[in-house]
Structure formats: structure tokens, C-alpha cells
Design a binder for this molecule. Structure first.
Ligand SMILES: NC(=O)c1ccc[n+]([C@@H]2O[C@H](COP(=O)([O-])OP(=O)(O)OC[C@H]3O[C@@H](n4cnc5c(N)ncnc54)[C@H](OP(=O)(O)O)[C@@H]3O)[C@@H](O)[C@H]2O)c1
Length: 301
């Protein structure tokens, strides 16, 4: 029903459905099973601290003849505390991954000030971006992109970028459509990758114990699941895919990989997509202001 890929500004093709490892409990097993069962897009990040396991799984899948490095699209991210030296950060990550390059390297959070060893470190985005462009020139990343940027920040970045961001990764789900941001990206040839597309209960309950919404229980989602004989999760992911948003739902359960890949097999009608607009609350499920992130950014140190 859907083509399996989206074409990026660096001429690479990114799969529409992948798996993110942030909240995955068994990353080596899960990534290997994902590759074995047809997933070719893996989303990781330095801050997840899972590079060794992710790399082991990828290298094992390649040596077992399941896939090739060319077929895999590996995304990783530069964490805030290493913004002053993206080259060193990616060199370290590649060593841990046991790989020569990533397909996409994202600036994980647009935070330009952090503390290290009690010292305040300030790195403006134009400096970070120049260093990230250098990673492409060195062949360490095929493309570069951004995560958690808003329109204003992207506009600023585009005013000086010599290599434009190929992808923006942000929270997108039926409670948080982000329509203006997505339209802006579309008109600037930046593909959108959605995270928390299902609203990750585990994550949310840890930081936001008062969060009580459940997308899976929304009557409209349930009715569409019934109509198409799919699960609520598949309807939600299909809604995102219908807008050319790449999805990377995390799961610790390999059987859900089939379910999540199968979202490419049906199409919601335009009328149904319009009805789903009624769920938009313009509200983040994953609200970083609740993490203590902005009071003391050493939360993730
Ligand atoms: N750039 C950023 O700042 C940022 C922030 C957050 C996340 N991310 C990336 O986005 C990825 C996805 O986000 P996420 O994992 O936090 O949230 P998510 O995709 O909204 O949710 C994943 C949750 O949904 C469950 N799930 C997955 N597939 C399912 C299915 N078919 N049916 C029912 N439940 C299903 C999983 O539970 P089970 O494990 O029980 O299956 C897991 O708890 C992350 O792994 C990470 O790579 C990036």
C-alpha cells in the first residue's frame, strides 16, 4: 500500500517504519530480531547507552547473512554534554558500535549550555552544526539532522547551514499533531521522524505519574481498528505514515515488530484522517519540562 521508503535530501532512502531502542530492555536481542524480521531502520542515541548492544546485533545480523550494512539505516544522536566536540563523540560511538559510519546523526536537543566538571560550557548551534557538517565530509555520517527543534530554530539553522538537515525528529501523535512544524519541514525538504507516536506509557508514568490519557482507548481509534481489523497501535502508526512521517516505535517484544511493520499494508481514508484531527490537544505526551531538565541539565549526565 505504501512505498517502503521516503527519499531524503541527501539522496538516501529511509524506511518508513523502524524501531527505537530508548526504552527497550533487551536491545541486542530486539535489534537482531528486528533485522531478522525485516526492519531496516534502527534509532539509537549516545544518551541511551546501548551502542555496544545495538552494534553487536547489527554486526551479527550482517555476519549471519540476514542483511548488509548498505541495507540498514542507522540513526544516532549527539548528546548535549558532547556538543563542544561532535567529532570525538561520534568517533567514540562508532567504536562502541563497531561500525564505520551512521546513516543519520542528529543534534539531539537544542540546548547550548551545559555543565561539565562544575564548569559552564556554552556552544552556539552554528558551531555545533559546522562540526556536524564535518562528520558528513569525513564519511562518518551519511546525513545530519536535528531533533526537538521548533520552526524558529530551524529557520535560523537554514540561514547558515551548508548541509541542510535531512530529518527532524520530534514527538508526533494523534494528541500532538504539530501541523505547522510538519508543514514547514515539508516546504524545506526536511523529512519528519516521529517519536512517542504511541505515547509511551512506561516513560510517561515514570516522569509524569499524573498522565492519564490512553490513545489506545480513544473510541475513534478503537472504531478504526475494528473496521480495518488492525490493532489501535497500527491505526495510530498508520495515521503518521499517511502523512509521510517516519515512525520508530520502541518495543521490548519482538512479536510487535510484525505488527508495527504491517502498518504499511492499509490506508485510512481522507475522511478518517480528517476525523482524527479532532484528537489533537496540542499537548506533548513526553513533556521534558517535567524531567527537571531545565532546572539542572545534569539530569542525564
Ligand atoms: N529525539 C528524542 O528526543 C526522542 C525522545 C523519545 C524517543 N525517541 C526515540 O523514539 C523511539 C520511540 O519512542 P518511545 O519508545 O519512547 O515511545 P513510543 O514509540 O510512543 O512507545 C513505545 C511503547 O509502546 C509500546 N508498543 C510498541 N509497539 C506496540 C504495539 N504494536 N502495540 C502496543 N504497544 C506497543 C511499547 O511497549 P512494549 O515494550 O511493552 O512493547 C513501548 O512501551 C525511542 O525508542 C527513541 O529511539 C527520541
Amino acid at each position: 500500500m505504501f512505498s517502503p521508503h521516503i527519499h531524503l535530501s541527501n539522496n538516501a532512502n529511509i524506511p518508513r517504519v523502524g524501531v527505537g531502542v530508548a526504552s527497550v530492555e533487551n536491545p541486542e536481542y530486539l535489534v537482531y530480531q528486528a533485522l531478522k524480521n525485516g526492519i531496516r531502520l534502527i534509532d539509537t542515541a549516545s544518551i541511551y547507552k546501548k551502542d555496544r548492544e545495538v552494534g553487536n546485533a547489527i554486526n551479527k545480523a550482517i555476519s549471519d547473512g540476514i542483511t548488509t550494512r548498505d541495507e540498514i539505516f542507522l540513526v544516532s544522536k549527539l548528546w548535549v554534554h558532547e556538543k563542544d566536540d561532535p567529532l570525538k563523540a561520534l568517533e567514540r560511538q562508532l567504536k562502541e558500535l563497531g561500525l564505520n559510519y551512521v546513516d543519520l546523526y542528529l543534534d539531539h536537543w537544542p540546548m547550548q549550555v551545559f555543565t561539565r566538571d562544575g564548569q559552564l560550557v556554552k556552544v552556539p548551534t552554528h558551531i555545533v552544526w559546522k562540526a556536524m557538517e564535518n562528520l558528513v565530509e569525513r564519511g562518518m555520517s551519511k546525513a545530519i539532522g536535528i531533533a526537538n527543534y521548533n520552526v524558529q530554530r530551524i529557520m535560523d539553522l537554514l540561514s547558515y547551514a551548508e548541509i541542510s538537515p535531512s530529518v527532524l525528529q520530534v514527538e508526533v501523535n494523534p494528541y500532538f499533531h504539530q501541523s505547522s512544524l510538519i508543514n514547514y519541514c515539508r516546504s524545506n525538504n526536511i523529512a519528519v521522524m516521529g517519536y512517542n507516536s504511541l505515547c509511551n506509557a512506561k516513560y510517561i508514568y515514570k516522569f509524569q505519574p499524573d498522565f492519564s490519557l490512553n490513545l489506545f482507548e480513544e473510541p475513534l481509534i478503537k472504531a478504526l481498528a475494528e473496521k480495518y481489523q488492525k490493532t489501535p497501535a497500527q491505526v495510530i502508526l498508520n495515521w503518521a505514515v499517511s502523512q509521510d512521517i517516519v515512525v520508530i516505535p520502541g518495543t521490548s517484544h519482538p512479536w510487535r515488530i510484525f505488527e508495527n511493520l504491517d502498518v504499511l499494508s492499509f490506508r485510512l481514508t481522507n475522511e478518517e484522517l480528517t476525523k482524527l484531527k479532532s484528537l489533537d490537544r496540542n499537548m506533548r505526551c513526553n513533556d521534558s519540562t517535567k524531567w527537571g531538565f531545565f532546572e539542572g541539565i545534569d539530569f542525564f549526565a
